[in-house]
Design a protein around this ligand. Sequence first.
Ligand SMILES: Nc1ncnc2c1ncn2[C@@H]1O[C@H](COP(=O)(O)OP(=O)(O)OP(=O)(O)O)[C@@H](O)[C@H]1O
Ligand SMILES: [Mg+2]
Length: 318
Amino acid sequence: MSENSIVVVKDLEKKYKSGTHAVKGINFEVKKGEIFGMLGPNGAGKTTTLQMMGTLLSITNGKIKILEYDVESESNNVRENIGFALQEAGLDSLSTVKELIAFHVKLFGFRGVEIKRRVEQSLSLLDLHQYSDQMIPELSGGTQRRLDLAVSLVHDPKLLILDEPTTGLDPAHRSDLWTLLKKLKNEKGITIVMSTHYMEEADVLCDRLAIIDSGEIVAMDTPQKLKKTIGKDRIEFKLFESLNEEQIIALKDKFGEDNVSANDSFFTVRVDDGEETLLDTLKIIIQMEIKVKGTKVLRPSLDDVYLKYTGKRLEDLS
Ligand SMILES: Nc1ncnc2c1ncn2[C@@H]1O[C@H](COP(=O)(O)OP(=O)(O)OP(=O)(O)O)[C@@H](O)[C@H]1O
Ligand SMILES: [Mg+2]
């Protein structure tokens, strides 16, 4: 276990009684203060893995350590240090926001003035003050997710485990929740392990990602480095009229045979960094007297990465 790892997952396996081999020996570590994402198609084993981390599901083989505790033999210590918000958690209780938070504070054994203090702290942290006396079923989906988080944070856990925290939210509520999760990380130093179906979420929110498919991790790195494995950026040039043979040869001479591809109304040049080299590339092209209507920098996306490793497009899933 490296010094600043808060989670160590070693050769982790889960076989359900039905015979489904949902997790097939995965390994990863999560560092303190990281937001670590698990991205994968339906049935990949994300929820199964998160539930084993959260002591909610038994482990078939392998080990999970959270802080210095073993998830199986020291599950009480683990539970004291983690917060868990489940996929599609149901909060359909007939109480107010404040009452529900207070109920969870009491579940953790806090008493007296400490209850009020923790409820106040939760309401502030999650920006829920204005809803404190509202009945839970009346809240919008986004506010219910914030309440989910408030409830999972009442005992000041060091690690937060979130299963698809923004699924079903509209884009505005989704990005509000991203801001909030970043705040928890930056201001409270909370480490987050989460699953997601959303490429943009993985890209903007997660420090590191594991792409998981059929119970195995097929790629793991920062979103930036994963995108680099796909290859170079491309600059696309829109044309007034198609290139002639001479121009194509000149372009290939200049930028390299494999880096130029021409079509009727446009051509593309592959470069290491599209934004950095755009102006210089454009200058060369203008000097060659090629008339350009417009340009666009195309960078490899996480969707390309996902397709490479799983053979599927993530857009098809959500
Ligand atoms: N309680 C269970 N009993 C038997 N098999 C299960 C159980 N829960 C999940 N599975 C199976 O284990 C595999 C992994 O499921 P899991 O729910 O972990 O995937 P997931 O990555 O979370 O998928 P999703 O993106 O749909 O949430 C699937 O084949 C699923 O059908
Ligand atoms: Mg799931």
